[in-house]
Design a protein around this ligand. Structure first.
Ligand code: HEC
Length: 150
């Protein structure tokens, strides 16, 4: 076997050994979409802290808002595969029964976060755009996410 082929075989082998990367099973699908949402939540939390002057550095506002706008472009795709699991996930079956509505809610987040990133890039006040971003989160969660248990 040529060296290159060996290296490729070793690489593919290592991918298979990593759970969650090889083969999209239902658990992996849930984990991925929750990871995307956690990343969204993380950036929104950081943006809120900076905007309120509670923590962080104003110099980082641009990077957080740009990352959030990037993540927003992945939300629709992250939910493409229908997996409903009341134990492990708060995604409601309604997402796939009303895919157009869900896609619209994801589009609203894309628009709001793009406006937020644009305001931050120009060094403008982000208050209005941040409020619209929060509204876009609620706009989707109220229809498509189950209430927290307990
Ligand atoms: C288009 C729909 C949609 C939009 C827009 C959306 N979310 Fe979500 N979010 C969901 C769904 C559905 C879940 C439940 C995922 C699951 O458990 O399978 C979720 C889960 C979450 C979670 C919990 C993740 C975890 O498992 O710990 C956080 C945090 C979150 N969203 C934050 C946000 C924030 C902040 C915004 C706005 C910037 C936002 N989301 C916008 C649909 C959306």
């Amino acid at each position: 076997m040529k060296l290159r082929k060996l290296a490729l075989a070793a690489f593919v082998g290592s991918m298979i050994a990593l759970p969650g990367i090889a083969g999209a099973d239902d658990e992996g699908t849930i984990k991925y979409r929750q990871s995307v949402m956690k990343a969204v939540g993380g950036h929104v939390g950081a943006i809120g802290s900076i905007a309120k002057g509670e923590g962080g550095s104003a110099d980082h506002m641009k990077a957080h808002t740009a990352a959030l706008a990037d993540l927003a472009t992945m939300v629709e795709a992250a939910f493409k595969d229908k997996v409903v699991n009341e134990e492990k996930s708060r995604s409601l079956g309604k997402i796939w029964e009303d895919w157009d509505g869900f896609a619209k809610a994801a589009g609203a987040m894309k628009e709001a976060t793009a406006a937020l990133a644009a305001a931050a890039a120009k060094g403008e006040d982000v208050g209005t755009a941040l409020k619209a971003t929060f509204d876009s989160c609620k706009g989707c969660h109220k229809d498509f996410r189950a209430e927290k248990k307990g």
